[in-house]
Design a protein around this ligand. Structure first.
Ligand code: ATP
Ligand code: MG
Length: 295
């Protein structure tokens, strides 16, 4: 079915990113609660139409590790993307203090790997924006990816305008000049770097290249390119260290692929043991609800 603006009631703001706002919304005809992302862009109508057409292939990208796509449309200079609402939220809101339960971390890494693998193998899509805010959790304990670079026109339109202060870009992408050129050179290996950085951030509870410790964004980006890659603290297992270190190799050609990482000892260790993601997700939902009431 096709969704349009008149059928949607905005319920609450879920968050703001560098180029958009995400709302929790009700789709009246179906009664489905969804997340609607609004991206403001100054583009020709023809480009908007192309973006909507390109986004359409998301209807085919169904997987337990990818957020469901319901439809997209444009109104007055904005693209609206309607997707599955993930009630526990994004990882950046859940890792406060760091996730030290390696079972949980390993399951999250596995889910992200499966999502990335499906995108690449079944749809020939490279994510391009793997980071904690794009890894979402629901109260069933499912982990799903969102915001991948499915529309070339959309990727090109927003990368012109954005450079955030937390870069998950791999060193080789920073060197070629990020945004513009990066569109041509993006590889699966660049997503693997971002995955490593994401897992590390969730484990330690903060972005691994803290903005405060650099005098400028330039200095921070130089550290990613020229410095030693960041590491897990010693309290984590040797398997966890190995997984993260393999992802965070500065030479992209020696980073492992999805298949190798999916069968890494740190991943396999917890695939065969009970990790109660459902209880973990529920506990997070409850503590966030409690926090909201106090405020
Ligand atoms: P960037 O703009 O750099 O991509 P971002 O990912 O934080 O950063 P948005 O994609 O606009 O920005 O998302 C804003 C916030 O909305 C996210 O941080 C996330 O917490 C929330 N969010 C996004 N999509 C959903 C969803 N499907 N369900 C629930 N919450 C969501
Ligand atoms: Mg996002």
């Amino acid at each position: 079915f096709r969704i349009n603006m008149s059928e949607i009631i905005k319920l609450a703001e879920l968050g703001k990113g560098n180029y958009g706002v995400v709302y929790k919304a009700l789709h009246r005809p179906s009664g489905v609660t969804m997340a609607v992302k609004e991206i403001r862009l100054s583009l020709e109508e023809a480009t908007f139409n192309q973006i909507i057409m390109e986004l359409d292939i998301l209807h085919k990208a169904t997987s337990p590790y990818i957020v469901d796509f319901y439809g997209a449309f444009f109104v007055e200079g904005s693209v609206f993307i309607c997707m599955e609402y993930m009630d526990v939220g994004s990882m950046d809101k859940l890792y406060v203090g760091g996730i030290t339960d390696e079972g949980v971390l390993s399951r999250i890494a596995y889910a992200v790997l499966q999502g990335l693998k499906t995108l690449k193998e079944e749809h020939n899509i490279i994510h391009r924006d793997v980071k904690p805010t794009n890894v979402l959790v629901n109260s069933s304990g499912q982990i799903k990816l969102c915001d991948f670079g499915v529309s070339g026109n959309l990727v090109a339109s927003i990368s012109k305008t954005n450079i955030g202060c937390q870069s998950y870009m791999a060193p080789e992408r920073i060197r070629v000049g990020g945004g513009g050129n990066g569109v041509l050179t993006y590889t699966v290996q660049a997503d693997i770097w971002s995955l490593g950085l994401t897992i590390l951030e969730m484990a330690i509870g903060c972005y691994p290249y803290p903005p405060d410790s650099y005098t400028s964004i330039f200095a921070q980006l130089s550290a990613i390119c020229d410095g030693e890659p960041p590491r897990l603290p010693s309290c984590f297992s040797s398997e966890a260290h190995d997984f993260v270190n393999r992802c965070l190799q500065k030479n992209p050609s020696v980073r492992p692929g999805y298949q190798e990482l999916s069968t890494h000892p740190w991943i396999l260790k917890y695939q065969n043991s009970d990790v109660d993601m459902h209880t973990w997700a529920k506990a997070n939902l409850e503590s966030r609800a409690a926090g909201n009431i106090e405020r």
